[in-house]
Design a protein around this ligand. Sequence first.
Ligand SMILES: Cc1cc2nc3c(=O)[nH]c(=O)nc-3n(C[C@H](O)[C@H](O)[C@H](O)COP(=O)(O)OP(=O)(O)OC[C@H]3O[C@@H](n4cnc5c(N)ncnc54)[C@H](O)[C@@H]3O)c2cc1C
Length: 412
Amino acid sequence: MAGESANDVVIVGGGIAGSALAIVLARAGRAVTVLERDREPVDRVRGEFMAPWGVVELRRLGLLDLLVGAGGVFARLNIPYDENMPGEKALPFTFDLSKVIPDIDGAFCMGHPAMCRTLAAEAGRLGVAFRRGVEQVQVTAGAPPMVGFTHDGVRTEWRPRLVVGADGRNSAVRHQLAMKTLADPPHNLLGGMLVEGVPDWPQDIEVIGTEDRTHFLVFPQGGDRVRLYLCYDFADKALYAGADRRQKLIDTFAGLRCLPQAGMIAASRPIGPFNSYSNEDHWVEDPTAPGVVLIGDAAGHNDPITGQGLSIALRDVRLVSEIILAGKYDRSSFRPYVEERLERMRRLRITARYVATLRAEFGEEARRRRGRALRRVFVDKMPSPMPAALIGPEKLPAACFEPSTVEALLAP
Ligand SMILES: Cc1cc2nc3c(=O)[nH]c(=O)nc-3n(C[C@H](O)[C@H](O)[C@H](O)COP(=O)(O)OP(=O)(O)OC[C@H]3O[C@@H](n4cnc5c(N)ncnc54)[C@H](O)[C@@H]3O)c2cc1C
């Protein structure tokens, strides 16, 4: 079936970015269809920690209460257990995430499939046509653009005012429009897994540290669940391969000498896959084409080591929705979004690379370097890009992202 579409906007991908955008547009009376590949949200190991600056975006979009009501929790304290600061030695360095941004209770933690399910249900309630199990989406740029797809065996082609590509890191829309994707070299692997059976984990505490050959992160997920993340070297890939890889991950956490709660994790049970990804950034210089704009991971993703992807996606949603709701659909109207995103991603790329160098390189000299960098920031008050990952990249002076700043922090 081909023809005009009653839709103002067709969104390809109903994850965090696509569903959030659909809600914001539908609330303002725009006719929206979401084309989603998965019949049900799947745990592919994606973001489950949202930085405080992302929580600001969530609140500005009017979505925070919805997700809190669906079971999200706030991590208010970060304890930096580390081989440099094992056990009680870390406690004086506990960081209060609820004091980072006024009126924001900390970092928001919630399962990714649960977030997607909640947002999709709200979009549906507001009248968004949320089609699941869509296949063979094909987008052609133009004024108007064209989007074709197959759903329940029926091929449809529409010409809406705008197509939004929100189909994630391997975006088919981005490939179809031949947008050149840039990437920096991979630095390490990052894997994650959801576990349950940790009833005594304090649900307002997250943990981030490094010991031996692993950089580890633990985020509360509500109830007796926590999300485990591990960064490890490509050379150690075989250690986390094989049919028993999920148990290997638990064993690594169980063996952490610096983490007082290691025994709790030893007794946990996996309730999702353990998937690992290489951590490099990917970006496109202009995620627009006539009649098409990309948002979220589809427009390029940051190294997950600093957990920025959800916040990035929500900022994209806000900026793009503001343009659409001003009644502008032409490519040139999205220019402010494109320019802001390019600089935002550049700053977050520098931040993530600094963090990966500091926390996901291993051995004696790397351990000493972490200690030196900590002293330089907290005692000598040297500038650092790291706060960008909490308060937002635009909130720091440009000098924090200069190569000389990073070199000074990492210097012997
Ligand atoms: C290991 C790992 C850990 C991470 N940890 C964090 C973290 O702690 N904090 C954080 O903020 N970010 C984190 N991220 C990043 C975060 O998950 C993403 O940035 C975020 O999910 C992006 O949202 P999105 O909606 O753009 O993409 P996604 O959430 O990936 O959603 C894309 C949607 O599009 C659908 N889709 C895909 N292809 C098609 C198609 N052809 N047709 C129709 N639909 C399609 C998918 O099914 C999916 O529903 C992590 C990422 C990884 C890989």
